[in-house]
Design a protein around this ligand. Structure first.
Ligand SMILES: [Zn+2]
Length: 541
């Protein structure tokens, strides 16, 4: 006997065998029990989650000799024909290959004939969004006045492409991706029934790779069986699916923690030699760090098993959250660079060296942060990679969080200050703090506020005179945010009154240092940092 693929062999044949779509099966069963059958259903959701399987189960429930019933017998000729796809009364149409108006006309013509041996004539149209617009319109006519005892079940992975007029005539059910745990459970049951031994790691790996689709999971399992026969092990499964073992990433992260650039580069060269796809390698590392970050936040992750969880938790202890974010930002940028680079090896080598020097760079970031209150803002903490902009600065002591503040954060002392009366003196006194708060709204907002030519506390009002339309409009746009931010510093809410002073020049930015060269000369560390990271210094407040 030839091998029947698992997806077919274990296709769900009853409502209770449909995995992880209880929100749908329950409603359908209730509708069948109470005889409230709709004329048209629309099943939407990702591929391989059970849409057409459920359509067939629904068809059987209606056309079984015992039907309508929520437990079709699966043995009567009607049920058997539907299972085999040969029922004359359950017509399955693939929207992808029957898209013309002629096909729909044929369908309309056929609708004139009643069901031959069943209660209902049921049309299951898969990938209904693929039908042409004309075919849709022809179909719509039928849907407007459906013949008695005719039921349409449409399935689609792209409901946004289905005409709203069709959707509005259907009962719509959105299928979910199947959770990893449910897929693992099902794979386990099937391997038992098939007499196959498979380790938990393999089950999880297959489930993860199937990305929420049961059909894909079973196809992957077929592949594993054909390669490993009755004994599936994680090593072989990794070989089949070219998956990089977590242990390799664990090793890389440990070396990064130890700042052991030499060994790290050697390990990297081994990856090169093995011919591993470098994009895949970086993607895998991103996933690995994602899990580390989530475990650091004590988020339960369903797609890793107990052993892996312990491994991740141990490793997560070595890194601060900021540092992980920083590494992640490098990886994301690296992936983009890899796409366009003619020398991917160089990019990865440079990446590994940078990741080993994170702390060194962070020391300088700290110095910059201290100076931040003066005249400089570090705009590009990360090298010449656009996608990595505005990533948080990593902390030096990796076991402590937030050693380095993200620029613009409200200072700690501020949170402990008592609220003051809104007077001119207090306004002047708190002005720097107000600017820091404005920076949180936007850099431009802070510059605009800094550039006001006069600021006066008059009663509950803060009267600001602004030069130039740009700054005036910026403050006006952010007025509410500014008011509430400033109000938090004073005993009573403060309202802002803006006055536009139309004079030249339109913009004025206070720069305390003369040139960036001066800054670099006064602070050699900054110069070093800029060179090391290809950062750019800009003058702001
Ligand atoms: Zn039956």
């Amino acid at each position: 006997m030839s091998y029947i693929v698992l997806a077919r062999k274990y296709r769900p044949q009853s409502f209770k065998e449909v995995y992880a779509q209880d929100h749908i099966t329950e409603i359908l069963q209730s509708a069948i029990s109470t005889n409230r059958i709709a004329h048209a259903y629309l099943f939407t959701g990702p591929r391989g989650v059970g849409k057409t399987s459920l359509a067939r189960i629904l068809a059987k429930s209606l056309n079984c000799v015992n039907g309508p019933t929520i437990t079709p017998c699966n043995s009567c000729s009607n049920c058997a024909e539907i299972t085999a796809g040969t029922s004359p009364d359950v017509i399955e149409i693939d929207g992808a290959s029957n898209t013309s108006v002629d096909d729909i006309r044929e369908l309309q013509h056929e609708l004139l004939y009643p069901a031959s041996g069943s209660k209902y004539k049921i049309y299951i149209i898969d990938e209904v969004h693929m039908l042409s617009k004309n075919a849709f319109n022809a179909l719509l006519k039928t849907l407007e006045e459906p013949p008695d005892n005719v039921i349409f079940i449409f399935a689609t992975t792209e409901p946004q492409k289905v005409l709203p007029t069709i959707i509005s005539r259907c009962q719509r059910y959105d299928f979910k991706r199947i959770p990893i745990d449910s897929i693992v459970q099902r794979l386990q049951e099937i391997s038992l029934m098939e007499g196959i031994t498979i380790d938990t790691e393999s089950l999880y790996l297959i489930a993860r790779k199937a990305d929420g689709g049961m059909r894909d999971a079973l196809s992957l399992m077929d592949q594993a069986i054909s390669y490993c026969m009755n004994n599936i092990t994680i090593d072989k499964v990794r070989q089949i699916f070219s998956v990089i073992p977590n242990q390799i990433y664990h090793n890389f992260l440990t070396l990064i923690y130890e700042k052991n650039a030499q060994t790290l580069i050697n390990e990297l060269h081994q990856i090169f030699e093995q011919g591993i796809d470098l994009q895949e390698f970086i993607s895998g590392m991103q996933d690995f760090i994602r899990i580390l970050l989530l475990r650091k936040l004590q988020v339960q992750i369903k797609d890793i098993n107990q052993d892996e969880q312990v491994m991740f938790d141990e490793l997560a202890k070595l890194f601060g959250q900021n540092k992980l974010m920083y590494i992640l930002s490098y990886l994301i940028a690296c992936k983009t660079d890899l796409k366009t680079s003619s020398n991917p090896y160089l990019i990865l080598e440079a990446l590994m060296i940078k990741l080993c020097k994170l702390d060194e760079m962070e020391d300088i970031a700290k110095i910059i942060e201290k100076l931040n209150y003066g005249s400089i803002t570090q705009t590009q903490p990360i090298s010449n990679i656009s996608s990595a902009q505005s990533q948080p600065v990593q902390s030096k002591d990796s076991t402590k969080e937030s050693a380095v503040k993200i620029p613009d954060a409200i200072s700690k002392e501020e949170t402990t200050v008592v609220k003051l009366q809104f007077t001119q003196d207090n306004l002047e006194q708190l002005w720097q703090r107000i600017l820091t708060r404005a920076k949180k709204i936007s850099q431009m907002c802070a510059i605009a506020l800094e550039s006001t030519t006069s600021k006066k506390a008059e009663g509950k009002k803060l009267c600001l005179t602004v030069e130039g339309n740009t700054f005036y409009n910026c403050l006006k746009t952010n007025l509410e945010a500014l008011e509430s931010s400033i109000s938090e510093l004073f005993e009573k809410p403060v309202k802002i009154s803006l006055h536009l002073q139309e004079t030249e020049p339109p913009t004025k930015v206070n720069i305390q240092h003369t040139t960036l060269e001066d800054i670099k000369q006064e602070n050699p560390e900054i110069d070093k940092f800029v060179k090391l990271t290809d950062s750019v210094l800009v003058k702001t407040l």
